[in-house]
Ligand binder design. Structure first.
Ligand code: PMP
Length: 396
């Protein structure tokens, strides 16, 4: 027996979403999530994953995971503070600190979890958070969970941030004020203006928090957005995910030792949720080692990103103002965007439409994420499909 009110609620709202073209179907991928994937038996060029460096399917990573499973088994067995901390978790955190150039680091089970954990461990109802309006959902939810006053500033608008930082600090209403931003904004591929943010933070004594989910492995020769600007000692919280360029799963905070010590006793997902699995942990350590040893994958990613961008632009598409390999193709209206993506699928390209509420209404796009694992032939094949569908739909 299910509740009548619940069934009515679900039916009404699901129908509404479907009618507005806002309900995205989920397609199971049959096999590895590499540059070529198979869905429903169909071969597709995959331009929709965050597997930026191709590490999710890399042989060296698989071997590292297998070795860790052989040694430790498949599960950590408990939360970190009970007896779930294996020595491999400690090695991972030491590697993360080395990778980010900080005193210490703490790992979480996902990037989403990490933002929920870190923000609410430090900020409370007597504080304020200045948050870029385009920050990721996990940042927004982490801010809400903290109960701090959330003050949104216009996207990357430094005058607006300065004015709001001044107001918040001079009001005397708040104990602490934090500024929080994505390092790279995933829907447009633009980079946060960290040097200006730091200057404002120093002027108003703001705590600085950068979520570099899409910058790590991509900018700063792989080390991330903070390193890209040479600001490693100026950011209090360097957040990242281990699920995108690193190719596995998990999240982390890198920063000063005192901050990490605090998160180990006060962040709830660390205290109450089971640790990363040994296999994941072994593979992540392998990825960090690979990134610190060579920039080969990073360089290939940029080469592929530039190639795809040039190709799409030449065809006449609006690719926005991306400063990273993330390449949006802005179509506009939601239904048209979804139809465009569907036609690309039929032509053998998997590039998902992203529509409201993930991006503002009327700014629907097909977002392309080239990776280091794509070949020039694959990208040419994708560009040919873009050209064909774009002309057919009168977009170019
Ligand atoms: N932060 C940002 C900026 C993200 O883009 C994402 C993933 N889309 C996350 C956090 C969440 O990371 P994860 O997938 O590892 O939970």
């Amino acid at each position: 027996m299910s509740s009548k009110t619940l069934v009515q609620f679900l039916t009404k709202n699901l129908n509404e979403l479907r009618n507005q073209g806002l309900y995205n179907e989920i397609d199971p991928v049959q096999g590895p999530n590499g540059p070529i994937i198979q869905i429903d038996g169909k071969r597709l060029i995959n331009l929709s994953s965050n597997n930026y460096l191709g590490l999710a399917t890399d042989e060296r990573m698989k071997q590292a995971a297998i070795m860790a499973i052989e040694k430790y088994g498949v599960g950590a067995g408990a939360v970190r503070t009970i007896n779930g901390t294996l020595d491999i978790h400690v090695q991972l955190e030491e590697k993360l600190a080395e990778f980010k150039g900080t005193e210490a680091a703490i790992a979480y089970q996902s990037g989403f979890n990490c933002n929920m954990a870190a923000i609410s461990a430090v900020m409370d109802q007597h504080d304020a958070i200045l948050s870029d309006e385009l920050n990721h959902a996990s940042i927004i939810d982490g801010c809400r969970l903290s109960k701090a006053k959330i003050i949104r500033y216009n996207h990357s608008d430094m005058d607006d941030l300065r004015m709001k930082a001044k107001e918040a600090t001079e009001s005397g209403q708040y104990n602490k004020v934090m500024v929080i931003t994505d390092g790279v904004f995933s829907m447009d591929g633009d980079i946060a203006k960290l040097p200006e943010i730091i200057e404002i933070a120093e002027q108003y004594d703001l705590i600085t928090y950068v979520d570099d989910a899409h910058g790590s492995g991509v900018l700063g020769k792989g080390a991330g957005t903070v390193k890209h600007f040479g600001l490693s000692d100026k950011i209090d919280f360097q957040i990242g995910t281990l699920s995108k360029a690193i190719g596995v799963v998990g999240g982390y905070v890198a920063g000063r030792k005192k901050l990490i010590d605090w998160l180990k006793v006060r962040s709830r997902p660390f205290l109450f949720s089971t640790a990363l699995t040994p296999g994941d942990t072994g593979a992540i350590i392998c990825a960090l080692q690979l990134l610190m040893e060579s920039t080969e994958l990073h360089d290939q990613l940029w080469k592929n990103g530039d190639y795809l961008k040039r190709g799409l632009k030449k065809l006449g598409f609006d690719i926005g103002n991306s400063e990273t390999p993330i390449t949006p193709c802005i179509i506009g209206e939601e239904k048209k965007t979804q139809l465009f993506s569907k036609r690309l699928y039929e032509e053998g390209v998997y590039a998902k439409s992203i529509v409201f509420p993930t991006v503002p209404a009327g700014k629907g796009r097909v977002r392309n994420m080239p990776t280091a694992a794509h070949t020039k032939e694959m990208l040419d094949e994708a560009l040919a499909a873009y050209g064909k569908v774009g002309k057919e739909m009168g977009i170019i």
